[in-house]
Structure formats: C-alpha cells, structure tokens
Design a protein around this ligand. Sequence first.
Ligand code: URA
Length: 235
Amino acid sequence: MRLDKILTHSGCGSRKEVQKMIKGKKVTVDGQIISKPESNIDPTQSEICINGKPIDYQEFYYYILNKPGGYISATEDPTEQTVMDLLSIEDRNKELFPVGRLDKDTEGLLILTNDGKMAHDLLSPKKHVNKTYYAKVKGKMVEEDIHIFAHGMTLENGTTYQPGQLEIISSGEFSEIYVTIKEGKFHQVKRMVQYVGKEVVYLKRIQMGQLKLPNDLALGTYRKLTEEEISYLYQ
Ligand code: URA
C-alpha cells in the first residue's frame, strides 16, 4: 500500500498534508526515513511513525460512543452538530461513519466504524442483532402493550414493524420500559410506543447484540472496542 494512502487512512491528515510530512522527512518506516509518498509499505508488518510517534493503522476501526442528545448521527451536516464533532481530529479523519442512526435527542450506544459490511450486518433484520433501548414514557404502560409489541405492528401509513420485546420496569403517570428490536427504522421505538397511545420522553440505547453500553463510558465520550466486545456484537 502507498505510504501516503496508509497515512490518510490512519487519520494523519489529507493526502496533501501527509505528502508534505513524508517529503519533509518526518515519516519513518521501521526506523528509516522514507521520503517518497508512493513508497510501497505493508502497514501490518512495519512500524510507521510521524515525528517518532507510531501511527494508528488498522484496516478496520471500531469505536463505541455514548452519544449525548443534541448531535445527529451523520458524518456531516451544514447546520447541525454531528457525532463526528465528538471525536479527536485524528479519529475524525479516519472516514468512520455511525452504524445506523440514533435520533438527535436519543442518547447511548453508537458504533462508529469504517467497516461497511459490519454496519450492514448489524442493521439487517435478517441477521437478528437485537438492539435494546431504555425509555421513559409519558403514560401508563400496561400488560396488553407487551402483547401488541410481541405481535409486531402496522402503522396507518403502512410502515410495518417486526415483533419487539417490551419489558415494563415501572408503570404509572410516567413509565419506564426496555424495548428490544431487531430493526432500526426511523423513530421506531417512539412510534411503537405512540402506537399503543403513549409518548417517549427520553430514549437511550443500552445494548446491541450482547454488547452493553459500558457504565464507565461517560456521556459524550468514546473509545475503541476490544476484540472481545466486537465479537459480542454478533451474539
Ligand atoms: N427508535 C427511536 O425512536 N429513536 C431512536 O433514536 C432509536 C430507535
């Protein structure tokens, strides 16, 4: 792989910027200065440094973000803040994208990756990856709602939702629930709750597959997933 390509892939800067670094003799490969951007290097076998600091090369990157409200799940937007604004400049340059969308006001577990196949697999209802949400609801959630969720539903506009699992944590003027679904359609949890005559007032994704949102991951912060955590996503 070309050295300049490895550096842009790894978030070190634009093609122009990294070419300048390479020509400026700031880049070493296994301790040797390499000054030609087109040099062919195997990034999995060599240690590549900029100003003596190893770069973070991986073919695929996987991060978990505890998304706060107020950010949209997109890579760019002319007016809104996006989840990319929560990343370091280096990570923002890695061409990551969010796996599926959480609404602007929804919090919680969001995966960021550059692995398109993984993103597709996690979102495809056929792959049966559960997504679990915690919600606060205005209105009293009742036993009957559990059965309605379990049968799936068709909205008046024709949108269909596959069966979902509803667990009622507390029920009253305001209720607390867990909802587990395999799909990720637009506003799905809010609309499922609306279908049974109540309103979501707070929503947080807490689990995908067997991967739980870590308790110690503060709102608005993110980190790399471990190999083990990546495997949990598929279980
Ligand atoms: N369902 C919703 O209604 N909103 C989300 O952000 C995610 C699931």
